[in-house]
Ligand binder design. Structure first.
Ligand code: GLY
Ligand code: MN
Ligand code: MN
Length: 438
């Protein structure tokens, strides 16, 4: 019999906190649908991050219905026990196990959702739910809301209004609690150790795939459930594809390889990028550009304190990277003109930061009002990832820089004392990286 590894009070406490903000409403969170990989084989299952955040429950076909201030308050719908299915697919908690271990007030079989939920929703004024992510469950909820209206008989009540649950939970998820910080530190440390092993293993002739395999082994041997996203192992010009997915080319002497990979620990992601030479050392042109990107990264990390506006991170990055581009004559014109026209996007097309947590691109609004960022706060975790990517066919670029992609990415916790780099275990100074190769 499986038992949850975590203290379920963590999730109960979060339900209580969210409940304080939505008295009179209900919150409905549905499990992610299972995804077919081919024929009758599934992709590895990963729970919906919001449902996990409030329950810790990892089975598919489950739903949380939360009614703050009502009795029962937290109701979980789960798959029933089924000896035959469990023989094939593994253990299920069933409603009894869900009540016993997950500290919800009531648990019912998922097949009773429409009928039970219609009863439970009679007492609320509105429903928080994320529509259009799972059309099949949307339909079940529509049917349920029609039942609620029918049960209200001739009261003249309309359908319960639906508000988006995603931004509601984002406001909680972007400030990490102590449990989350513990998991994120662990995830960062595990991924950092794995990056070191990958750097050590790299040499001319090795395939990107072998390096990815080593990364997966190193994180899983240290307790991660798997990668937090599909790793990017991009040698040479492959590094100029931002989300390179093939990971199947031979690494060649003289190239730089960009490795963007993270671990997942109890749902929490790390997200690290290092760019390093396939041979033992950078060429002088590679080293110069690398150090310029590293300087930008350090400058941004120094800004990551409570009160700094999120938008300032990108603005400062763009201004600094445009200087680097001008230095290498990649662009012409004044910095102001380049920034206004956005022509720097040819070499730096992405953002410098995103929230990190249960999702690699985590929930939480980066703007409090349209066009304005939001001030950083303690307990937020964000990435910092400046980069420069010079296409192989770019005839305007100096030949020694063509087909070179450099990104340096760390994960940073905002604290009152300043930025805490969770991923500092993996070196990024040129001499440190080269020392790992000797
Ligand atoms: N690994 C995806 C990203 O850096 O955002
Ligand atoms: Mn990232
Ligand atoms: Mn990344």
């Amino acid at each position: 019999m499986r038992k949850p590894e975590l203290d379920m009070q963590i999730f109960k406490r979060r339900r209580h906190q969210v409940g304080q903000d939505i008295q009179g409403s209900a919150l409905i969170l549905a499990a992610s649908p299972e995804a077919i990989r081919n024929f009758d084989v599934h992709h590895p299952y990963r729970q919906d991050s919001n449902l996990y955040y409030l329950t810790g429950f990892e089975e598919p076909e489950s739903v949380l219905l939360l009614r703050p201030g009502r009795d029962p308050e937290a109701v979980l719908f789960v798959r029933s026990k089924d000896v035959e299915r469990e023989t094939w697919d593994g253990f299920r908690y069933g409603p009894e196990g869900a009540e016993e271990y997950f500290l919800v007030d009531r648990a019912y079989p998922i097949q009773d959702f429409e009928e039970r939920a219609a009863e439970l929703l009679l007492e609320v004024d509105q429903v928080y739910y994320s529509q259009f992510r799972d059309v099949a469950f949307d339909r079940r909820l529509q049917d349920t809301l029609l039942r609620v209206q029918t049960r209200a008989r001739r009261s003249g009540r309309g359908l319960l209004p639906i508000l988006d649950a995603y931004p509601l939970l984002g406001e909680f998820r972007l400030r990490k609690d102590d449990h989350e910080l513990k998991m994120m530190r662990e995830s960062a440390e595990i991924a950092a150790q794995a990056h070191i092993e990958v750097i050590k293993l790299t040499s001319p002739g090795i395939n990107e795939r072998a390096l990815y395999g080593r990364f997966l082994y190193e994180i899983m041997a240290r307790g991660a459930s798997g990668p937090s996203y599909q790793g990017i192992f991009a040698s040479g010009a492959n590094a100029t594809t931002l989300h390179y997915v093939f990971n199947d080319q031979e690494c060649r002497a003289g190239e730089v390889i960009l490795v963007d990979a993270g671990a997942e620990v109890h749902g929490y992601a790390s997200d690290i990028t290092r760019s390093f030479p396939v041979s033992k050392q950078f060429t002088s042109a590679q080293k110069e550009l690398y150090n310029q990107v590293l300087e930008v990264q350090k400058k941004i990390i120094a800004l990551m304190r409570p009160g700094t506006n999120y938008s300032q991170l990108q603005e400062t990055t763009v201004a600094a990277l445009v200087e680097v581009m001008l230095d290498h004559k990649l662009l012409k014109g004044s910095p102001q003109e380049i920034i206004e026209k956005g022509s720097y996007r040819k070499y730096y097309p992405h953002g410098v930061s995103h929230f990190l947590g249960l999702d690699v691109h985590d929930a939480g609004k980066t703007e409090l009002a349209k066009g304005q960022g939001r001030p950083l706060e303690e307990r937020m975790v964000l990435t910092v990832e400046p980069g420069i990517y010079i296409p192989a066919q770019d005839l305007e670029a100096p030949p020694e820089l063509r087909g070179l992609g450099i990104r340096i990415e760390d994960d940073v916790l905002i604290t009152a004392e300043g930025p805490e780099v969770l991923t500092q275990g993996v070196p990024k100074e040129v001499h440190e990286i080269e020392a790992l190769r000797s």
